[in-house]
Design a protein. Structure first.
Length: 317
């Protein structure tokens, strides 16, 4: 079903595993009892059971197996359709990406789609996002005619190839960092995770450059430069707190049942996200914590004492 805006109307929400998600239905002109993990129905000329409620077993039916093997090609066509028809408005994005199926990765890292109790090889989808402009990114919206170029104009969506974007945990958007902030820090525009709903967490995007512990260390100077562009010490501190809050929020998600697990951003001690008075971003272990009396001293005395304040020894977690 298509709504007036040209966006597919997804199937109704259904309860599954204590949550609510959208599942399409397998159709062979008429619907069957089978559901599929995607926000659209799957219509094809399936060979059905006698009661027309099930498809004949894929393991011994080459016709049905061949039909199902075309699903990844359909996904590529859907991604091309999304990119070609997208207006750039964030409000339409989630409905568009809802039609795509849930994906996973095998132990060997192969991208698959689990449907009808079968793992379908989806490597062709990953190849498409690497070679075609199918990856949605967030960029500042260009001011319309008559608007000042300095006026805030919100965000819009554009499409690039996989290596032209960076995948950033959604916590960094929730902390208030803008796409411009993230691009200045990481050198690439961020994947538009907030605009894709649950599909933003799809393993399909594993092929993009990732914000991990190596990227955090490698881009520490760029982070300091981004924070330093804020006007005034208060604005710098506020933006620094945004970054720290995002790291902390993402770090909390890396705990399960009160047990710490390895996380892609590394441990707290490894984060060079603390902006110093000199304008550098350092790890917590390199911060210097003067006694309260230090701040009561005249500025001239502070400047004399500052070189002699020792760095704090690294603390055990």
């Amino acid at each position: 079903m298509i709504v007036r805006t040209g966006i597919p109307k997804p199937p109704a929400l259904s309860s599954s595993g204590g949550g609510r998600s959208r599942h399409g239905c397998v159709h062979a002109t008429l619907p069957t009892k089978l559901s599929v993990p995607m926000g659209s129905h799957l219509q094809s000329s399936w060979l059905l059971s006698i009661d027309r409620q099930d498809v004949q077993a894929l393991s011994d039916n080459a016709w049905n197996s061949g039909l199902l093997s075309q699903l990844p090609r359909v996904c590529v066509l859907l991604l091309r359709w999304v990119a070609a028809t997208h207006s750039g408005e964030l409000s339409y994005s989630k409905s568009r990406f809802t039609v795509l199926p849930r994906m996973s990765r095998s132990e060997r890292g192969q991208l698959t789609i689990e449907v009808l109790e079968t793992d379908v090889d989806a490597t062709i989808v990953e190849k498409a996002v690497r070679s075609e402009r199918l990856v949605p990114i967030l960029v500042p919206a260009k001011p319309s005619a008559g608007e000042s170029s300095s006026a805030p104009s919100g965000e819009t969506i554009e499409f690039v190839r996989a290596q032209q974007a960076v995948r950033v945990p959604e916590a960094f958007f929730g902390a208030g960092l803008t796409p411009t902030d993230l691009e200045q820090w990481l050198g690439l525009p961020p994947l538009a995770m907030p605009a894709m709903g649950s599909f933003g967490a799809s393993p399909l995007w594993d092929c993009l450059p990732q914000l991990d512990s190596n990227a955090v260390r490698r881009r520490a100077e760029h982070l300091a430069r981004m924070l330093g562009q804020a006007e005034g010490q208060t604005a710098k501190a506020q933006k620094g707190l945004m970054v720290l809050a995002a790291f902390a929020d993402e770090g909390l998600r890396a705990t399960k049942d009160d047990e710490e697990v390895e996380h892609s951003l590394g441990s707290f001690e490894q984060w060079p996200v603390f902006l110093t008075k000199e304008g550098a971003c350092v790890t917590a272990s390199r911060l210097r914590w003067p006694e309260e009396d230090f701040w009561r001293a005249p500025m001239a005395i502070q400047q004399l004492l500052e070189p002699h304040i020792l760095e704090q020894p690294q603390r055990q977690r």
